[in-house]
Design a protein around this ligand. Sequence first.
Ligand code: AMP
Length: 283
Amino acid sequence: MRIFTEISLLRNYLFSQKQANKTLGLVATMGALHQGHLSLIFYSKKDNDLSIASIFVNPIQFDKSSDLEKYPKKTKEDLDKLEQAGCDIVFLPDAKQMYGKTPKVKMIFEGLDNTMEGEHREGHFSGVGVVVAKLFNIIQPTRAYFGQKDLQQFAVIRQMTEDLSFETEVISCPIVREKDGLAMSSRNLRLTEKEREVAPKFQKSLLLAQKTLKSGKTTNQTSEIVREFMEEISEFELEYFSVVDSQSLEAIEIPQVGQSIALCAAAFLGNVRLIDNIVFNFE
Ligand code: AMP
């Protein structure tokens, strides 16, 4: 596995691989890797000659410096996991290499970034857009793999890829969960034992919402039921619960038959912020 910390050396190497007509799959991460990240590497390996993972904790997508500072860093373990997964190349830049100074470019995603994560994390999607555009520009991957776990992030990246005519094909991959249903996340490492015990209830609240909507209740009624369910677990503080079209992210009050619905939520468990979602066809 080749490891690059410098953009220019990575570009040179990738240029030679492209000359040899190799296809390249990108998995962009912030490290502290788990099976969710590694599943993206496996999808990439299936489709491409070469797979590259980037590990970069992107400062400009954090709205709270405390969240950035507490973000887990496990570089040595990450490199071992990537090697074992058969990843070919790792891009491991530091903030100076990526940005020099803080970039002045900002991105807005009309209709996609003012709800849910965008509403609660100021500047988050601008930071995500800038870093992914930068990675696409440096690496020029044939395909890039993202987790459905960050559903709104994927919608934003898909829009950016189309609007800016990047040649990369962007692919959304299923959420990988722990046995008890908790969506894998680097942030789960920060949960206390007690918090980890109740954490699966978060997905349970989404499954309850799905059942409630299917029984004919409206979004408002369903939201109320989800809120009540979450309030009973004192460790949780629900930030939002939204019912949206899985592609356009437009809010849905009464689901229509055949619609692809996403149930999205964010909640604090102690001081760890979790997100999760379920996507299903309304029948
Ligand atoms: P992160 O390191 O959190 O920025 O995530 C890097 C990529 O891994 C993103 O595309 C995430 O959506 C994806 N990812 C994170 N957690 C999971 C998971 N549990 N299942 C599948 N993909 C995931």
